[in-house]
Design a protein around this ligand. Structure first.
Ligand code: SP5
Ligand code: ZN
Length: 355
């Protein structure tokens, strides 16, 4: 398996997130990628490639300019603000977390205040912005773009091993540890490349098998017919992101019918998961895409500390086999998964069925 990886992610190492009314350790850490890399290396399962920069407009297409400007500049601006208040600041130690949000009864207009801006673009208090969040998330999106370049070169499957994850990031908001939506970037870059190659009516499917609903990916493509979004996830009545991900969200406008959510209850085992995966794959097959992007989360594993499904390590072989039987050029993007010890074994079961 060709695996794209870049060490830049290590610079983004958030220490704590605000959760359940207190600061708690952040599980979304560099150790996640380290564990997977070491395990795949030891098993001889990967051919490693470093993420490179390719000319692409995909990030600018799926995200808003003001949001990208915010992500790029917020950390230094926040540090300057603290210095002006007379604080002694070590930027490497500063993590930004919002405290006020433009909910329904306020006006959702980008405010002047730096505190207001963070709340304006954030969806939760559990996604700290570190000094290197922008560099790391940009490197991860670069990996996704590079992965698409490889599947254009006759490589059937490419895995982009990266973090922070991406599927909760919307056109202009961040959350769930995600800042740029790498799966959306990959799909967009793929369509752009198909158009360049004389295929203006290209189609790409995104299959999201992370435990959490990929609200960002859904939002980005909700009104588009060229991208089918299919997600199997914990019922939002029981799990993050709480406010999106029900089965009646099927797309709008041109995108009507191009969004399929399959929510499952906490406690779901492979028996039920494998059945609904068949349904998801049938929908992708019917869509007839040129390529497939997988948002892969290892947080469906029974040992994940923040989730609630009961998949076992072996089940990921079956999952890989089922998805690989679609026989499509495939880009796999790393999303969640927080039990460090099972991350390597889980990927080592999921990846091999792909050609
Ligand atoms: C990509 C992904 O899997 N994001 C998941 C985001 C879920 N965040 C909401 C739950 C936060 C739970 N954090 C527990 C950490 C304890 N220190
Ligand atoms: Zn997740």
């Amino acid at each position: 398996m060709l695996v794209i990886h870049d060490e830049t992610h290590r610079e983004h190492a958030p220490v704590s997130e605000f959760y359940r009314g207190r600061m708690t350790p952040c599980f979304e850490s560099p150790e996640r990628c380290d564990q997977i890399r070491q395990f795949l290396e030891r098993q001889g399962l990967a051919t490693w490639v470093t993420a490179q920069d390719f000319p692409s407009r995909a990030i600018e297409t799926v995200h808003c300019p003001d949001y990208l400007e915010f992500l790029r500049t917020i950390h230094p601006r926040w540090c300057d603000h603290l210095i002006q208040l007379g604080e002694t600041v070590d930027p490497g130690q500063i993590e930004i977390i919002p405290h006020t949000f433009p909910t329904r009864n306020l006006r959702s207009i980008r405010p002047q205040s730096i505190h207001g801006q963070v709340g304006y673009y954030a969806m939760d208090t559990a996604s700290p912005i570190t000094a290197s969040a922008w560099r790391a998330t940009l490197a991860a999106s670069r990996g996704a773009i590079h992965a698409v370049e490889w599947v254009q070169q006759q490589v059937r499957t490419v895995f982009s091993l990266s973090r922070p994850p991406g599927h909760h990031a919307c056109r202009d908001s961040y959350g769930g540890y995600c800042f740029l939506n790498h799966a959306a970037v990959a799909a967009q870059h793929w369509l752009d490349r198909l158009a360049e190659q004389g295929e203006p009516s290209g189609r790409v499917a995104i299959l999201d098998v992370d435990f959490h609903h990929g609200n960002g990916t859904q939002q980005i493509f909700y009104e588009r017919s060229d991208v089918l979004f299919v997600s199997i996830h914990a019922d939002p009545r029981q799990a993050y992101p709480y406010f999106l991900g029900t089965a009646d969200e099927t797309g709008a406008g041109e995108g009507r019918g191009a969004n399929l959510n399959i929510p499952l209850p906490i406690g779901t085992t492979w028996e039920e998961y494998g059945r609904v995966l068949e349904r998801a794959l049938q929908a992708i097959h019917n869509f007839g895409p040129h390529g497939l992007v997988i948002s892969f989360g290892a947080d469906t594993h029974e040992e994940d500390p923040i989730s609630g499904f009961r998949l076992r390590t072996n089940d990921f072989s079956a999952m890989g086999q089922q998805i690989a039987s679609l026989n499509l050029p495939t880009v796999i993007i790393m999303e969640g998964g927080y039990q460090y010890s099972i991350l390597g074994p889980t990927l080592a079961h999921f990846l091999p069925p792909f050609p």
